[in-house]
Write a new protein. Structure first.
Length: 133
């Protein structure tokens, strides 16, 4: 994923076994590493090798105590990202891997933890169109 000037923002690699539903994905930015371990019932999320939480099949991100810390709602072609009961951003699903378009609309300021959660909730969505798996 690059800027309009073709500067790299995110690089990623992934592998998913469609038969077992298990796999992994790693996303690198200039400051953070996001890792996703795909299991049949959830996705374990790590930021710089530190556990952030688990994304359940319902799309919610839950902490180690199973408390919902983020979730996604859908409305008119957009996905709203809600973190700690505060709508943070709207995500417009990219139409294709070849189209340069703005995908985030931030609703409020982000602190560092909210930014990590926002990336964790949206990075896999951005790269769906790039994956051949």
């Amino acid at each position: 994923i690059t800027t309009i000037f073709n500067e790299p923002l995110i690089s990623f690699s992934s592998r998913l076994d469609k038969n077992s539903g298990k796999g992994f994905a790693v996303y690198l930015t200039n400051a953070k590493e996001f890792s996703f371990i795909h299991l049949p019932e959830s996705i374990e999320v790590f930021v710089d090798e530190i556990p952030l939480g688990r994304i359940k099949k319902d799309g919610s991100l839950r902490d180690a105590n199973n408390k919902v810390i983020a979730y996604v709602t859908e409305e008119s072609g957009y996905k709203n990202i809600v973190i700690n009961e505060k709508e943070i951003a709207r995500l417009k699903k990219p139409k294709s891997a070849n189209v340069l378009e703005r995908v985030y609309e931030l609703k409020s300021g982000l602190n560092a933890v909210e930014a990590e959660i926002l990336f964790a909730m949206t990075l896999p969505e951005f790269t769906k169109n790039f994956s051949s798996n």
